[in-house]
Design a protein around this ligand. Sequence first.
Ligand SMILES: Nc1ncnc2c1ncn2[C@@H]1O[C@H](COP(=O)(O)OP(=O)(O)OP(=O)(O)O)[C@@H](O)[C@H]1O
Length: 439
Amino acid sequence: MYNPLCKGFYIELKNVLPGTKRVLPGTKNGSSNGSCMVLHSTFFPRLDGRYDGPGESREKVLEFGFDYCYWSVSPEEPHYASQEEVFQDLGVMVLAGASEGYNVCLFAYGQTGTGKTYTMMGTLDSMGLTPRILYYLLFFTCSFLEIYNERVRDLLRGREQKKKPSLRVREHPEKGPYVQDLSQHVVSDYKQAVDLLEEGIANRITAATHIHDASSRSHAIFTIQYTQAILEDNLPSEIVSKINLVDLAGSERADPHYCRDRLTEGSNINKSLVTLGIVISALAQNSQMSSSCQSINSVASEGEGSSVASHTSCLSGGGGGGGRRHCFIPYRDSVLTWLLKDSLGGNAKTIMIATVSPSSSSYNETLSTLRYAAHARNIVNKPRVNEDASVRLIRELREEIDRLKSTLLSFQMNPGPSLSDQGDGSLSDIVLQNELKVE
Ligand SMILES: Nc1ncnc2c1ncn2[C@@H]1O[C@H](COP(=O)(O)OP(=O)(O)OP(=O)(O)O)[C@@H](O)[C@H]1O
C-alpha cells in the first residue's frame, strides 16, 4: 500500500487468500493463509564517499513472510484492520489454545509509539486484545507485573507496593521461573477482571519521549491461570493453562538530551530487548539445526532401515557431526527473558505481534523489527497439554494393567515351554512379578 507521506519508503501488504497455497519467505511448508510485508525503499548509492543524484537511484525490495499482516493507519482505508479483526485472528487462537490445556503467550514488540499498548490493551473507545480475551474467560486467577529497570513490581498492590522493595524472581525445578510474593487475584466476572487490568495499567510507569508522550517505560506481563474441571477416562480431573499477555516497552535510540532517569530506563529497556533478540536468534538457530538434523537423520535412517531420529549428533557435534552445537540460551541475562523462558522455546504456544510505523524516518527501526519477527518465526516450541499429574499416573497404570492382561491372555492361549523357566511356572507368578515391577 503506497503511503504518499513517505518519500523513498513504503510498506506493501500482500495477503495470500485462504485456499491459495504459496510458499512465503520465512514459512516452512507454505501457508494457506499467510501474509507478506514488503518494504520498498529508494536508495541513492554512495560512490567515492558522495551521494549520487536521484537519477541513479534504485529500488530495494525486502520481503518478509508472516502469518498475518494488518494495516491500521486510517479507518477510511479499504484494508484497515480493526481491533475486532485482530482479536478474531489472534485472540481466538489464544482462547482456543488455553481451552485445550496449553500454555499460551502473546507479546507485542516494536518501536516506541507504534501501537503495542494500543494492540494489547486498547483505549476506552477501542478495546485491545487483553480485555477482549478476558471477556471470554470465567473463573480464573490473575497477576499483573511490570519489569522496570530490571526490577519486578507488582502492579496490583496499589499503594502498598511503593513501600516494598522489588520482588525476587526464583526458579522452581518443575514449574520454572516465577515471581516470589506476587499477588494473585481470583476473578469470577468480567467487570472484576477489567477493574484489575485498569488498576494495573494506571500503576504502570510511563514518561514522555520524543515520539510518544505517554510511552510505557516498563515491560508489563498480565498472567492468567485458567483452570478447567474435566472428566478424563471417567475420572474427575483438572487442566491448568497459563496465559501470558505481554506489552513490551518500546525500543528506541538513546538520545543524549534526555535526563539521567530517561537514559537509564532507555538503556535497561534496550538491554532486555537485546537479550530478547539474542534469545530469539539462538532459539531459532537451534530449531533450524534440529529440523535439519531430523531430516538428515530421517534420510539416513530410510537408507539404513532404521526409524530412529536422533538429535544427539547435533548436540554433541563430535565424531563427524561437523562440530555444530546447540547454542546456549542466555535466558537469565535479563528478567524479561527469564520470566518468559517457558513461553520462548518451551512449553507454550506463542504469538508475537510486531508493530511498525509507516513513516520514512522509522525505516531502520521498521527493518530491525521485521527481521526480529522473522527470526522469531523460526522458533519451534514444544507445547503439551498440562495434564493433572495424578490423572496421568492413573492413566499410565491403567495402560500397564491392560498390557499385563493381554500378556496373561497370550500365555493362557499359548502356554509355551518358557513357563517352566520362570519361578514355579504358574501364570499368577508371572503376573505378580510384572505388577511388582510396575510398583
Ligand atoms: N492502530 C491505531 N489506531 C489508532 N490509534 C493508534 C493505533 N496505534 C496506536 N495508536 C495511538 O498511538 C499512540 C501510541 O500508541 P501506543 O501507546 O500503543 O504505542 P506503544 O508502541 O505502546 O509505545 P511505547 O513503546 O512508547 O509505550 C497512542 O495514543 C495510541 O492510542
